[in-house]
Design a protein around this ligand. Structure first.
Ligand code: FMN
Length: 255
């Protein structure tokens, strides 16, 4: 087994904290103060950014009526309405377009590459925000459900062209302690030198057994199911066919 080579003992405390991640959907009735929230966003901003474009914006949604409408659009996820903080993470090429115009470099023309850049940038920043929150004992959950009705969310938040809502995030202090969901074994995810297609079946079958046990045993929301059936159901029921035309209307994915 390969080990890291350095004389000082490795500090695993951050990794140990990361391994305790679980989404939180029920929160204590304690507000997140402004200083803490800004620190979390600052931690998000310290994520790497492709070509340093920083192609994202975050909308803090405080308006109750807007929260209620987003809750409804997200399929009645009450934690969107109830969480002390609800943030909408947007991929944002508006500042980037401004930079191009400022330097007579032409308008952005909806290249797929730029869509990927902005979407990856916002995801990296958001995960940093959640990790930073968890490092303080807070918790949260991503809300992809806002893409059920991205036009409504966009209208409510007054998002201009070149900006689209990628996901929301509820944040606050956990009122429950859900079990940690076991991930695929590292060997299933980490391939040596080339992609090992031949192990997919075995990996999924073994993991199904593990997750079936986890679902049966867990303290909250116990059920009879496994990873592959949940995944198949999830992807087939969440195609969100409106996304392509919505994104194109916002100036993305035209080329
Ligand atoms: C982009 C993204 C969107 C998600 N959307 C939702 C959502 O709309 N509602 C929800 O309750 N959880 C949502 N989740 C949370 C996942 O269901 C959760 O991360 C996954 O089941 C693993 O569980 P864990 O986070 O507790 O380990 C989302 C997660 C990600 C990364």
């Amino acid at each position: 087994m390969k080990t890291a080579t350095q004389s000082a003992p490795l500090d695993y405390s951050i990794i140990e904290k990361m391994l305790t991640h679980r989404s939180i959907r029920k929160f204590k009735d304690i507000p997140v103060d402004e200083v803490t929230l800004k620190q979390l966003i600052r931690a998000g901003q310290s994520a790497a950014s492709a070509s340093f474009v920083q192609a994202y914006s975050v909308i803090q949604v405080t308006d109750k009526a807007v929260r209620q409408q987003i809750t409804k659009a997200a399929g009645g996820q009450t934690w969107v309405e109830d969480a002390p903080e609800f943030l909408v993470f947007c991929a944002d090429l508006k500042r980037v377009e401004y930079a191009c115009l400022l330097h007579d470099a032409g308008k952005l023309e909806g290249y797929t590459e730029h869509f990927i850049t902005a979407t990856v940038d916002v995801a990296l920043a958001a995960e940093n925000v959640l990790l930073a929150a968890e490092s303080l004992g807070m918790g949260g959950v991503f809300i992809g459900g806002i893409r059920n009705d991205p036009q409504l969310v966009s209208d409510l938040l007054k998002l201009p062209r070149q900006v689209y809502p990628v996901f929301g995030m509820c944040l606050g202090w956990p009122a429950i302690e859900p079990d940690i969901k076991p991930r695929f074994p590292v060997e299933a995810i980490l391939h040596q030198d080339h992609y090992q297609s031949d192990k997919v079946g075995d990996v999924v079958n073994a993991y199904d057994k593990k997750i079936q046990q986890y679902y049966a045993d867990r303290s909250d929301n116990s059920r009879t199911s496994n990873w592959s059936s949940e995944t198949a159901q999830a992807v087939q029921s969440k195609k969100r066919e409106h996304m392509l035309s919505f994104l194109q209307s916002k100036g993305f994915l035209k080329k």
